[in-house]
Design a binder for this molecule. Structure first.
Ligand SMILES: NC(=O)c1ccc[n+]([C@@H]2O[C@H](COP(=O)([O-])OP(=O)(O)OC[C@H]3O[C@@H](n4cnc5c(N)ncnc54)[C@H](O)[C@@H]3O)[C@@H](O)[C@H]2O)c1
Length: 126
């Protein structure tokens, strides 16, 4: 039975920064076990984490990216919106709040949502 803490994550689209190893990777695998589609973003080992997610039967996307660079963050969001239709969960695991803000705002614009509302939602997840 799914853990109630993760209730409702089936087929949700999640982006986890700093997820090539450590806590970010553990978070990706936990999300995947609950049926979420997970995008992995890291300077290193993103592909390896994505392969582990797929072995659990979940969809994965790997980004070899520096999440402190705005263009790289918006590029990830663009691909998730284009290929998966959006982002539901953002885990801003890399130190610093800016990637979360950039990703939240950019996703809102791409998905045609109210920018302020979506950014606040993203920040609350941080
Ligand atoms: N491990 C702990 O006990 C602990 C406790 C409190 C807070 N934290 C915080 O939680 C976060 C994760 O901790 P951890 O122990 O898993 O860290 P970790 O060093 O094991 O993993 C961090 C990952 O983030 C990636 N990364 C770093 N900068 C990046 C960037 N600019 N772009 C993309 N990827 C980047 C690294 O390549 C690495 O794979 C950190 O922010 C850490 O400060 C950890």
């Amino acid at each position: 039975m799914p853990d109630p803490m993760y209730a409702g994550l089936e087929r949700k689209k999640a982006l986890v920064t700093g997820s090539g190893r450590g806590l970010g990777k553990a978070c990706c695998l936990a999300l995947a076990r609950e049926g979420a589609c997970v995008a992995v973003a890291d300077l290193y080992n993103a592909e390896e984490t994505a392969q582990e997610i797929e072995k659990l039967g979940a969809k994965a996307m790997a980004f070899h990216a520096n999440v402190l660079k705005e263009a790289e963050v918006t590029g990830m969001v663009d691909r998730m919106v284009t290929e998966w239709g959006g982002i539901d969960v953002l885990v801003n695991n890399v130190w610093g709040g800016r990637p979360c803000l950039v990703a939240g705002r950019h996703a809102s614009r791409r998905m045609g949502l109210d920018d302020g509302h979506q950014s606040k939602r993203a920040l609350q997840l941080h």
